[in-house]
Design a protein around this ligand. Structure first.
Ligand SMILES: Cc1cc2nc3c(=O)[nH]c(=O)nc-3n(C[C@H](O)[C@H](O)[C@H](O)COP(=O)(O)OP(=O)(O)OC[C@H]3O[C@@H](n4cnc5c(N)ncnc54)[C@H](O)[C@@H]3O)c2cc1C
Ligand code: FES
Length: 258
């Protein structure tokens, strides 16, 4: 499991500018919220949440931000990548009515969890937040599940004008949910955590090297490793992590403010 399995890309889908989904054959089970280490030959190996789960086919959805994601962005159907994993825990998907809050590419991590919840006869409301309407993706895919979708854009070009957190705070006042699940910018998730008392889970991102708990690169708080203790953390744990929403570590392990 800890050696990359070389596989061919089955499909590449352009979601919106700079965001693509890649699917590949991966017969092993994967839980919503878990992640893979994706090896781009000759470039780097990077963590990516599973964004698509359908029997033997799995997928990832990513934004082009640096060297590795730019190289991945250039790959085509039939090109080869290496896959390690899945790693980490998944979301705990319990409750009859769940609020999902996704900011930016965070909705990619939440999508398989939303689909799982609906399949298991629970209901969900999904907030998809982006800077502008041109950056929104997965709206059609989630609409097909029959969940309630609410959109927020920072510039008001679609849906609620403001942040996904503002919209979430608004809906939390009006409706009762059993839990809140979120993935997105950490500052956004911290604001959300501070504004709710119901069960909460967030998917965290940290710079990763080994993904199996050995190198310490992804440490957060008092010795927690995002790769094996996370990437999903509950609200109680996050409230005791002072770094949450404040600091991350760069590739050299230096603390950098969000
Ligand atoms: C568990 C886990 C799951 C992840 N799942 C996804 C996913 O589903 N989709 C996805 O797109 N990314 C995801 N990421 C983030 C992804 O791993 C990084 O974007 C990637 O490693 C960047 O590699 P790079 O070489 O392209 O960029 P780098 O050269 O490492 O970074 C380039 C620049 O972009 C900045 N940067 C790095 N990551 C991000 C980011 N996420 N958003 C904005 N700026 C960033 C860096 O600070 C730097 O300034 C996940 C990370 C973790 C830990
Ligand atoms: S990435 Fe090495 S311990 Fe988490």
């Amino acid at each position: 499991m800890n050696i990359p399995k070389i596989t061919k890309i089955l499909e590449v889908k352009n979601e919106v500018k700079d965001i693509k989904t890649i699917t590949f054959n991966h017969p092993e089970g994967v839980d919503p919220g878990q992640f893979f280490m994706i090896w781009i030959p000759g470039v780097d190996e990077i963590p990516m949440s599973v964004s698509y789960i359908d029997k033997d086919v799995k997928g990832i959805t990513f934004r082009k931000v640096g060297d590795a994601t730019s190289a991945l962005y250039k790959l085509k159907k039939e090109d080869r990548i290496g896959i390690r994993g899945p790693y980490g825990n998944g979301f705990e998907l319990q409750g009859n009515h769940i609020l999902f809050v996704g900011g930016g590419t965070g909705v990619a991590t939440l999508a398989p969890a939303v689909e799982y919840v609906v399949k298991n006869k629970s209901s969900a409301t999904v907030i998809i937040g982006a800077k502008t309407k041109n950056e929104l993706f997965f709206e059609d895919r989630l609409e097909k599940c029959g969940v309630t979708i609410l959109i927020s854009t920072d510039d008001g070009s679609k849906g609620f004008k403001g942040s996904a957190t503002d919209l979430a705070q608004d809906i939390l006042k009006k409706e009762n949910f059993d839990s809140v699940l979120t993935c997105g910018p950490e500052v956004m998730m911290k604001i959300l955590l501070d504004s709710t008392t119901i069960p909460f889970q967030a998917s965290l991102e940290r710079y990763m090297k080994c993904a199996i708990g050995l190198c310490g690169q992804c440490c957060i708080g008092e010795g927690l490793r995002v790769c094996i203790d996370g990437p999903i953390f509950d609200g109680k744990t996050l409230k005791n992590i002072q770094d949450f929403g404040v600091y991350r570590r760069d590739s050299a392990g230096r603390k950098v403010r969000f």
